[in-house]
Design a protein around this ligand. Structure first.
Ligand code: SF4
Length: 347
């Protein structure tokens, strides 16, 4: 693994760095990022998040997307509606779909097996499919009365090969209890991801900031991710985005972009065992390219994400315009495939 244990950040040295000169933090993170990808370049994917259902019983206070069972606005997408979205994604040059939903109390494991088998059969390897987050899979397993291992294996057999890092938000039990008490504990989240990695799924890691959590909370989250990565090496990237507060029960203000950039930088330095730090253009909009000089080396062009859009995120529909914004920051955007092996070799 590419890291120097003797100089690894910890909570104390991380806080000291965060309290110090911001330019020094940025420059250290940028140097670290350039160990993985040359300066003046950034990789990107064109993708879409397809929310196959918005019915959910988890009641997370930061979520503007979900509807309770029997709500007239609740839906489960038909296969035809999903195919239309995926056809549009491919036509736009996309290569990755994240298919996620909520904790739907009536959909059992066979529903998801059919869904992923149908999508995999129709699209083959034209699209990589990120499946439900591990918290969703835990819910599916429990409501189907099977073990998590069996649920994962059945989804894998149906054609699913990636479990994305969503559902992590802030990995401290204090914050999970406060914001999303039905979304499982830190230990359940990490054990679930470790199991998925052991069974051969590709995985990514994420963090969402801006709920009012402290820098100590964020560093605790990074410590959990880094520890699991030391053990398994299973995370291929880390994505950081900001809580969008419109139409949510929790409400509140969005954090400013400077705080986002500092969080990207400290993540790059802390996660010395993860090759790719991804900037969220989805939540940071046209300020997203700045993160590519604060430690991030990759970004997604997202064509749709109902979850963040309903909470106030605005998507730039013109892919060329997004790429121009990156070039205006003097960075060459390089489209990549979602499989990531060239970068994993560097870890
Ligand atoms: S964030 Fe996900 S799990 Fe939580 S209420 Fe929204 S859809 Fe449900």
């Amino acid at each position: 693994m590419r890291r120097s244990m003797s100089t690894r950040l910890n909570s104390s040295s991380g806080l000291t760095l965060l309290k110090g000169d911001s330019e020094e933090l940025r420059s250290q993170a940028h140097r670290k990022r350039c160990e993985y990808l040359q300066e003046g370049a950034a990789t990107y994917l064109i993708m879409r998040i397809v929310s196959y259902t918005n019915i959910c019983v988890a009641d997370c206070s930061y979520c503007a997307f979900y509807r309770k069972p029997n709500d007239p606005e609740g839906y489960v997408l038909s296969n035809e509606a999903i195919f239309k979205k995926l056809d549009d994604l491919i036509a736009a040059g996309g290569s990755l779909v994240a298919m996620e939903g909520g904790f739907h109390p009536k959909l059992k494991i066979d529903h998801y097996e059919n869904l992923f088998r149908t999508v995999r059969t129709r699209y083959g390897n034209t699209l990589e499919i990120y499946g439900p987050t591990i918290v969703e899979v835990i819910f599916i397993a429990r409501s189907s009365r099977i073990s998590l291992e069996e649920a994962l294996l059945r989804l894998q057999k149906a054609g699913l090969s990636w479990i994305p890092g969503g559902g992590a938000e802030i990995l401290t039990n204090r914050w999970r209890h406060k914001l999303s008490p039905r979304k499982y504990s830190v230990e359940e989240y990490l054990d679930g991801m470790e199991l998925a990695q052991r069974l051969g799924f590709g995985t990514t890691a994420t963090m969402v900031i801006g709920f009012g959590e402290s820098w100590e909370d964020r560093l605790e989250h990074l410590e959990h991710i880094r520890n699991l990565q030391d053990k398994t090496g299973g995370f291929s990237s880390f994505l950081l985005w900001t809580y969008q507060s419109d139409n949510t029960a929790l409400g509140g203000e969005r954090i400013d972009n400077q705080e986002y950039l500092k969080s990207v930088a400290i993540s790059r330095l802390y996660l010395d065992n993860i090759p790719i730090i991804r900037a969220s253009f989805l939540t940071q909009g046209n300020r997203g390219p700045l993160a590519l000089k604060w430690g991030a080396s990759d970004f997604d062009i997202v064509l749709e994400d109902q979850v963040t859009q309903l909470a106030g995120a605005t998507i730039e529909p013109n892919i060329k315009r997004v790429l121009e914004q990156v070039k205006e920051a003097k960075i060459e955007p390089l489209q990549r495939q979602p499989f990531l092996q060239p970068f994993r070799a560097l870890v």
